[in-house]
Design a protein around this ligand. Structure first.
Ligand code: VGL
Ligand code: ZN
Length: 204
């Protein structure tokens, strides 16, 4: 085991899997692979998207249909179907996720007035979750990300990981995308510019 590396498993929750309100195609199919990958890492962090019912990212809270974009004080916000309401079943970790040695479960997006795709920084781009400090304090230098969704929470977390100084890779076959209006291609372009490496699980 290499002590300086960590695996981040992003938002593997029923609400993002087929049958859920914000289902990512094939979202549940990556769970067995993620379980296998996690066994190769001493440090594993799991994240949960974890919103209050009155969250600003929920379309019904604005009387609007989902997938429109609105302007908020911190920037453009896509309006999503109501998802991952804190303490509901759909916000739990996926029941088949089997990573008992995960050391941290980080919840994000809990502030009513600001979204948080990233596991490091909320959408206001200033409020930290504290994950950078946790990882730096444990001597982690290299991060590997997987989970849901490649083009939103995985991508934003990976970009921020680079800006906090981590060597950062996304494990593509252990992630799945929403792909809304070209968001997946756009994300890979930004990720390449940020210096994020694109891997498959065989490369590990
Ligand atoms: C996510 C949209 C809204 C994600 C979370 O986990 O990628 N996407 N909230
Ligand atoms: Zn969300």
């Amino acid at each position: 085991m290499q002590k300086h590396r960590a695996l981040l498993v992003i938002d593997l929750q029923p609400d993002f899997c087929p049958g859920g309100p914000l289902a990512v195609p094939g979202g549940d199919t990556i769970v067995p692979l993620i379980n296998q990958i996690a066994a190769k890492f001493e440090t594993v962090v799991l994240t949960q998207d974890w919103h209050p019912a009155d969250h600003i990212s929920f379309a019904p809270n604005h009387g609007r249909p989902p997938f429109e974009t609105i302007s908020l004080p911190y920037g453009e916000q896509i309006l999503w179907p109501t998802h991952c309401v804190m303490a509901t079943e759909g916000a739990a970790l996926h029941p088949n996720l089997a990573i008992p040695h995960a050391s941290l479960i980080l919840r994000k997006g809990s502030h009513r007035n600001v979204d948080s795709y990233s596991a490091f920084l909320e959408a206001d781009r200033t409020t930290k979750t504290g994950l950078d400090g946790y990882l730096h304090a444990r001597g982690i230098t290299d991060l590997y990300l997987c989970g849901l969704a490649t083009d939103f929470c995985v991508a934003w977390s990976a970009e921020d990981a680079r800006s906090f100084g981590f060597t950062t890779s996304i494990i593509e076959d252990a992630s799945r995308a929403i792909d809304l209006n070209g968001s997946l291609d756009a994300a890979w372009t930004r990720l390449a510019a940020a210096g994020v490496t694109r891997l498959t699980s065989k490369d590990l």
